[in-house]
Write a protein that binds this ligand. Structure first.
Ligand SMILES: Nc1ncnc2c1ncn2[C@@H]1O[C@H](COP(=O)(O)OP(=O)(O)OP(=O)(O)O)[C@@H](O)[C@H]1O
Ligand SMILES: O=C(O)c1ccc[n+]([C@@H]2O[C@H](COP(=O)([O-])O)[C@@H](O)[C@H]2O)c1
Length: 187
């Protein structure tokens, strides 16, 4: 079994995440892609509640035939949310699974602040996808969507509907949960 991991804040998930996961599933010979929402963000980002982000991730997964799944492992682990610790835990729990780790090229500038990135590379094949706007050497594939959760949150804060950037089922969950200031807003 080969699994690609896509860790993120998913605050909220958007079509860029879906495209990144689809690209990897379609071209990199993996059986499944697991979204791993952050429980405690290592750099202390303030996020909507974990359970609500999980619900949105699960709605995103339903856009696929089942190969995209949401993992709750980072809640199970608690701790500092460092990817090296999550990966070590998964490698031990699933000895017959080969893991790869997906990151967008925007993350490259943060890597010096990651814990033990060398050890991550020994445990998993790291796939750096070309996120549009962040060209870098050694990325895999064409530039992917120019969309971010920040952009989605900004649109919502201005009362606009990000319906071209977020799958409708994900937006529906955000409305039901009253996330991103959507509580009580008609729509
Ligand atoms: N449009 C995209 N194309 C390629 N990779 C992406 C894209 N959006 C996010 N990713 C990657 O998905 C992972 C999780 O991203 P994250 O949940 O932080 O989304 P984000 O849009 O970067 O959020 P924010 O704007 O809040 O920082 C990261 O590795 C990121 O590089
Ligand atoms: O391991 C680390 O040191 C580390 C530092 C920062 C971020 N990460 C992980 O990188 C993924 C993407 O993070 P972000 O900030 O782009 O949402 C997410 O799974 C984080 O847990 C990991």
């Amino acid at each position: 079994m080969k699994v690609a991991l896509l860790g993120g804040s998913f605050n909220p998930p958007h079509v860029g995440h879906l495209m990144a996961a689809s690209y990897v599933h379609a071209t990199q010979g993996v059986d499944a892609v697991w979204l791993m929402p952050t429980f405690h963000h290592p750099f202390g980002k303030q996020l909507e509640p974990f359970e609500a982000r999980v619900r949105m991730c699960e709605a995103l997964c339903r856009e696929t035939s089942g190969w995209l799944q949401t993992s709750l492992v980072e809640r199970e682990l608690g701790g500092g949310g460092r990817t090296v610790d999550t990966l070590a835990f998964l490698v031990e729990r699933y000895p017959d699974t080969r893991f790869s780790l997906i990151i967008g090229s925007d993350i490259l500038r943060d890597l010096p602040n990651w814990k033990d990135f060398d050890r991550i590379q020994r445990m998993a094949h790291v796939l750096v996808l070309y996120r549009a706007g962040y060209p870098a050497p050694d990325t895999v594939g064409p530039p992917l969507a120019e969309v971010s959760s920040t952009q989605v949150r900004d649109l919502l804060a201005r009362g606009l509907e990000p319906s071209e950037l977020v799958p409708s089922a994900v937006l529906q969950v955000a409305r039901e949960e009253g996330l991103f200031g959507l509580r009580g807003r008609p729509g």
